[in-house]
Design a protein around this ligand. Sequence first.
Ligand SMILES: Nc1nc2c(ncn2[C@@H]2O[C@H](COP(=O)(O)OP(=O)(O)OP(=O)(O)O)[C@@H](O)[C@H]2O)c(=O)[nH]1
Length: 358
Amino acid sequence: MLTLKSEHPVPSVLKQLGEMTACRDMHLVEQSLLRTLGPVLGIKSTSLYRVDEHGVVTRALHHTRDAAMVGGERYRTCDQTGEPGSAVGLEPAVADLLSALRLLDHSCARPQPGGYLIGYPLHGADHLCGYVVFERDHEVTPTEHAVIHGVLEVFSNYYALLDASQRDRLTGLLNRHSLELNLTRMWDALAQRLKHGAEAAQVNRRRDQAQTYWLGVLDIDHFKKVNDTHGHIMGDEILLLTARLLEGALRRSDLLYRYGGEEFIVIVAANDLATATQIFERARQAVAQFKFPQVGRLSISGGFSMADPAVQPQAIINRADRALYEAKADGRDRIYFYEELIRTGRLQEVQSGTIDLF
Ligand SMILES: Nc1nc2c(ncn2[C@@H]2O[C@H](COP(=O)(O)OP(=O)(O)OP(=O)(O)O)[C@@H](O)[C@H]2O)c(=O)[nH]1
């Protein structure tokens, strides 16, 4: 059955909007949006598809409410992120609806057995950033359409505000605050996977391996000299250009943050060390091969480490930072892997914050 009893829209929507705008975490805001629409429309399942600037679906969030429980409803949310560099797999009917939504930039409904597949486009600050899709046994009424429209508008505005608060003003990259939020969420997910993952890893080893994360700290070499020679405004321009070069060298699924002055943090998902090394190396080369206007050639140095869920995220950053320090000491324009420096005895392990997982 696609449809559950709907609630009176006004009090329900107001309550849910209050909850939605109380969230400071963008993922929770997305979940809250789906929870808002479900009861109002009397629908069981709602999905949110996030797209990148090319219109490729990079994340799918599926939300299901289940009225079977006594004394209330139970919610299930499934968050599905595309594998690095690839799109999320879509059912043909959904893919067809999304391409229509993209073309028309307006709500669409497609008849299907037992009802309709209905979709609405979601807008970010100035572009299409996703779609909300649900199934229902009848089409949306004009009143419901107005409610959905209003909810999506509040969501988009609030989401844009949150997004702005998590971005660095100069480069537009994610900022340190956003890094802290994401690291907490990522480490929770990694720890969960470790707890419950043993059997899953055996069943699907390839998929499990694909979710190894690598954290790198990258730093522009001799940046003080750029400021001293060419002035602070030119220094800012170099920071902005470096951010664009790094973005261009990384994949859609990699996360890039401005961590401090001329320091960036990158989080990469890769199956193995060779792939991770290749990605960091590509970032280094992108900067080394670029001729910066008026300034000429510049380079970056970096260090990276594997994101071990049993070690506090801050300790992983410290590891990457120690490897970066060694790369600087060896003449810069290179990226070192922390665990390799430990293996060869160049660095000694320091007792750092571990997390009790079990
Ligand atoms: N223009 C500009 N400069 C910044 C910004 N944030 C930090 N800086 C400058 O970045 C420089 C960093 O210098 P250092 O930490 O000495 O490092 P470095 O000169 O890059 O030398 P190495 O890291 O050892 O290669 C300082 O001069 C800071 O003032 C910023 O937002 N804009």
